[in-house]
Design a protein around this ligand. Structure first.
Ligand code: FES
Ligand SMILES: [Fe+2]
Length: 409
């Protein structure tokens, strides 16, 4: 239900183009082999960053964390989402809901970004307007007998939200169709990993002096692996595997494990348990997937590593990295996730170091977009998705307007 008192921005399936030179963006869309990387401004210009926050992070589905972060009724947390932030709340009915994180009185944040709380109601810290867990306004001091004041018109603004394999996706725009409509065959590909069943047993939070796209582009190629990842190359041949060419707002591929290696760890052995539904191929490969715009899933035979990116500025990104294992692995006496966490922490730091250097390099006014090697076809897929978005073309499936923000009445 949409309150009469709250005007949503007009829904439009077409976004305005990004503040970039169109001819330069078109260079990224040339056929693979003759294309160029995105214009330098895409990585350093605050105006482009602001456009991306509005249209990529606030204009469609973005990952706002995991369902397991708010397991019980009354659990709530706030996360950045594009230009604003989102309040995620588990209701008494067990349902997870997402609200724009502002009070309907004078706009105070209901919870600071990054904070968590547990309560039976949502109380604004400024003048104590109090909302139920479903977003309805329950109390507003001094308004009770005010003629013409209809509490039903002043509920929180609920945002479209979907839980997908244990992850929480929120859409800040009313022009985005269902998440599944944008992900095509990805659902099928990752289903055997049963991500919603896995238990997080390791987390590292990084802040990296690099544009979010440089981090994602780096994730999509192993052309750099022989130079900077000796530990990785010991367990996985850098030239192994292929990339997927399926449609949807995701990009990904897989790599093989070397003979005798059972997972990505410093010695190639696992201290966990293989995920129960994987076939012979799943036990010999690692799948790397980026769900646009901000989550990277690395699916191993015995654990799933998730990078969730939060852009802070054109040259700064927060990364929450988690490692999740089968319940039967974490329940085993003496289980230690270090074999996975330590391997990837070393590898992550090598990547962040390289990405920060790319950011500094691209800051040079003389920097111009370079070409891509044959091993960077997934980078090409990502860059072309971004470039089409910059030109105002659809990124998510915008065929049906089913996901619409509504004010709770
Ligand atoms: S701004 Fe929330 S109660 Fe006033
Ligand atoms: Fe890397």
């Amino acid at each position: 239900m949409v309150s009469q008192d709250f005007a949503f921005p007009a829904a439009s399936p077409v976004r305005p183009p990004a503040p970039l030179d169109e001819a330069a963006v078109q260079e990224s869309l040339r056929p693979f082999g003759s294309s160029r990387m995105l214009p330098r401004a895409a990585y350093v210009d605050p105006d482009v960053f602001a456009w991306e926050q509005k249209h990529f992070f606030g204009g469609g589905w973005m990952c706002a964390g995991r369902s397991s972060q708010t397991p019980a009724a009354g659990d709530m947390r706030a996360e950045p989402a594009g230009e604003g932030s989102v309040l995620i709340v588990r209701g008494d009915d067990g349902t997870l809901r997402a609200f724009a994180n502002f009070c309907r009185h004078r706009g105070h944040e209901l919870l600071p970004c990054g904070a968590t709380a547990q309560a039976g109601v949502i109380i604004c810290p400024y003048h104590s307007w109090t909302y139920g867990l479903t977003g309805n306004l329950r109390a507003a001091a001094g308004f009770k007998n005010r003629p013409g004041f209809d509490a039903g018109a002043w509920g929180l603004v609920e945002l479209p939200m979907e839980e997908w394999h244990g992850l929480v996706f929120v859409a800040g725009s009313g022009t985005t169709g269902p998440l599944a409509g944008s992900l095509g065959t990805l659902d099928e590909l990752i289903a055997p990993y049963e991500m919603g069943r896995l238990v997080v047993r390791g987390q590292h939070d990084y802040e990296v002096a690099s544009n979010w796209k440089i981090l994602t582009e780096n994730y999509h190629e192993c052309y750099h692996c022989p130079q900077i990842h000796p530990e990785l190359c010991k367990v996985s041949p850098p030239k192994s595997g292929e990339n997927y060419a399926d449609p949807g707002t995701w990009v990904g591929g897989w790599m093989d494990l070397r003979d005798g290696m059972t997972t990505m760890s410093l010695d190639g052995t696992s201290r966990g348990v293989p995920l129960r539904n994987l076939d012979a191929t799943g036990l010999r490969t690692v799948i790397y997937v980026n769900v646009f715009p901000n989550v990277l899933l690395s699916l191993h035979p015995d654990y799933v590593m998730t990078h969730r990116l939060t852009p802070l500025a054109a040259d700064r990104t927060r990364i929450e990295c988690t490692w999740a294992f089968a319940p039967e692995a974490v329940d085993a006496p003496g289980f230690d996730p270090g074999y996975a966490v330590d391997f990837w922490d070393i590898t992550n730091q090598q990547d962040w170091h390289a990405c920060e250097s790319v950011q500094r390099g691209l800051t040079a006014p003389q920097a111009v977009p370079g070409p891509l090697s044959a091993e960077e076809d997934a980078v090409y897929q990502f860059v072309t998705m971004i470039a089409r978005g910059y030109l105002g073309q659809p990124v998510w499936n915008t065929g049906s307007v089913t996901a619409t923000p509504t004010a709770v009445g």
